[in-house]
Design a protein around this ligand. Sequence first.
Ligand code: ATP
Ligand code: MG
Length: 322
Amino acid sequence: MGVDVAVSNLTKRFGKQLIWADVSLTLPAGEISVMLGPSGTGKSVFLKALIGLIKPDEGSILIEGTDIASCSEKELYEVRKLFGVLFQDGAMFGSMNLYDNVAFPLREHTRKSESEIRDIVMEKMDLVGLLGAEFKLPGEISGGMRKRAGLARALVLDPEILLIDEPDSGLDPVRTSFINQLFVDLNAQIDATFLIVTHDVHSVRIVPDQIGLLYHKHLAMYGPREMLLSSDEPVVRQFLNAQTVGPIGMSEEKDADQLAAEQGIDLPPLPPIPLQLEPSNGIPRRSQRPPGEWCRLNGITPPPGSFTKEAEHASGASQQAH
Ligand SMILES: Nc1ncnc2c1ncn2[C@@H]1O[C@H](COP(=O)(O)OP(=O)(O)OP(=O)(O)O)[C@@H](O)[C@H]1O
Ligand SMILES: [Mg+2]
């Protein structure tokens, strides 16, 4: 079914280095959220905080009444069973073949027989398109295949909450489209709460229900997809449209000279908001809203051409693979 993850006033430092402060958001049950942000803004640290691998300095993370930020190890062990996680580096055991890697959580956390485990492992390997590669070692396959194996492993315990760190880094555009479709289909099927960290602006525009942006040590914005895609807030606008004009520079913040030089340069118009990616069986997901609903309810005029097939092409969705 998926459960809410309620984050309040979360702050994390490593020694003197502040990573982010006062982050508050709720990942709505069963919805797909995407977290964006320049490299090094603490997206992976945020994801690790959500499963209690990194302790925040302040704030709370409530999941079904348990505060991950302050609960005991025993409570944490129980709550962790709700999660499936794909870490940024895949985090596969190098000496185990893919089959044993994917079977690992089942052997560790359940009393299932080896034949039951086999059925589950093969089902998930099939789901991520890895049938036939079960006996390969992680070092013998491509980065994209490792990501998909990590995803199969994240799915074996039927998670209520799925955390996925950069599933598309190192993937070619066609495979990225396949993996986007896989997430949407999976969400429709298992109804779990998804948090996906990604840099891929195209994926962000078509996949999620909610979008968050971490920037300059705080959560710049978090909300419905249409809210961010129609936003005039400079950082949000620059990031979501992959533009060079705006407050974000190569080393996160531009210096004053550079910003002054940009004074008077008009930002390019907002591109149309594309239609959201639908499950491949055509049946809408439970958390999917009708196109344009958020804009209508909030009196926002979306950029011209939004919510049309053409808008999909404008943002590159024509690469979508079926
Ligand atoms: N265990 C740790 N101890 C100390 N510092 C850490 C630790 N983990 C992360 N950091 C620091 O926290 C900051 C944020 O790192 P993080 O990996 O979360 O960035 P990110 O947003 O995921 O970046 P990318 O997009 O490149 O993956 C970095 O400066 C990093 O060096
Ligand atoms: Mg990261």
